[in-house]
Design a binder for this molecule. Structure first.
Ligand code: 3PG
Length: 306
């Protein structure tokens, strides 16, 4: 059996070594393909792989067609919008993610970006503090919960709305449950997005929602660029010169945001949320263990294309 680790954005070496150790113990081979230039390179590498570990790498029908022996793909991370699930299912390939393994890393980045933003991108001028501000979490999964935990240490007033998590479960975590996504935008100084990119969420954050933000509102996106309706956000930020947009992954119209909204827009040059040694180790090793668990014992606990 051969596991291919295909990561355009490489894991920390410790994570790669940990994956190799788990594979060795199971009697499996490993191959590492990092910083590869294009889909063709992935197709060439995957041709004799039984299992594939990826990050945000795109696993398309073309990649699956090029992998006749492939049995399982594990997205070492939370969001699996980069894997063509229906193509995987029709190729009889199991797809899994590793939920929760990198969520602390993303949550720490959220707080770092917030401090950076309210201190004017460290421009030397007087900023504001996070203490006492209302933070609205749109979705209360693993990342949202970790942000809530850390934000409480900043004495922030934390609110959350999650279409799939009941209000009482949110309240049990010591967070105020909002009745709707709109109410978060109406009531919170900062709205932080933690929704996956799905057909329902893509383009769902746009003009109407952003215009509801109170004065000096901040929209923070460490989820996915695709959940934003960029034209709607640009229109809102043009009409409301007090609103700021901060993202961990540049929008498609990054140049327009940068030109039109200096001092009110920032995006990381590369998606940084899960880019810590610890998150790489947690997610990478979980992926390797899940592959061994599936190939040896048929365990499908984290399968997402059931
Ligand atoms: C995730 O969905 O787990 C994060 O967005 C991390 O993505 P990355 O592995 O490409 O950094």
């Amino acid at each position: 059996m051969k596991i291919l680790i295909a990561t355009q954005k490489p894991f920390a070496p410790e994570a790669v070594n940990g994956i190799k150790a788990i594979a060795d113990e199971a009697g499996y081979q490993t191959e590492v393909l990092e910083k590869y230039p294009d889909e063709a390179a992935l197709c060439a590498a995957v041709k004799d792989a039984d299992a594939l570990i990826v990050r945000s790498d795109k696993v398309t029908a073309t990649v699956l067609d090029a992998a006749p022996k492939l049995k399982i793909v594990v997205r070492a991370g939370a969001g699996y919008d980069n894997v063509d699930l229906s193509a995987a299912t029709s190729h009889s390939v199991v797809v899994m993610n590793t939920p929760g393994q990198n969520s602390n890393a993303v949550a720490e980045l959220v707080m770092g970006l917030l401090v950076y933003t309210v201190r004017g991108f460290f421009n030397g001028k007087t900023g504001t503090e996070l203490r006492g501000k209302k933070l609205g979490l749109l979705a209360f999964g693993n990342v949202g919960r970790n942000v809530a935990r850390i934000a409480k240490g900043f004495d922030m007033d934390v609110h959350a709305y999650d279409a799939y998590c009941p209000a009482d479960a949110i309240e049990k975590s010591g967070v105020k449950a909002a009745p709707s996504a709109d109410s978060l935008f109406e009531n919170c100084d900062i709205v932080s997005l933690h929704i996956p990119a799905t057909p329902e969420t893509k383009g769902s954050i746009g003009y109407d929602k952003v215009m509801k933000l109170p004065k000096n509102g901040i929209l923070l996106n460490t989820a996915r660029a695709e959940v934003i309706d960029e034209d709607g956000l640009i229109k809102a930020m043009t009409e409301r010169p007090d609103i700021r947009y901060i993202a961990d992954i540049a929008p498609a119209k990054a140049a327009e945001f940068a030109e039109k909204f200096p001092g009110r827009y920032f995006a990381t040059p590369k998606k940084m949320g899960a880019q810590t040694k610890e998150a790489n180790i947690n997610a990478g090793l979980a992926a390797a263990r899940q592959i061994v668990g599936y190939l040896k014992d048929g365990i499908t606990k984290f399968q997402v294309n059931k």
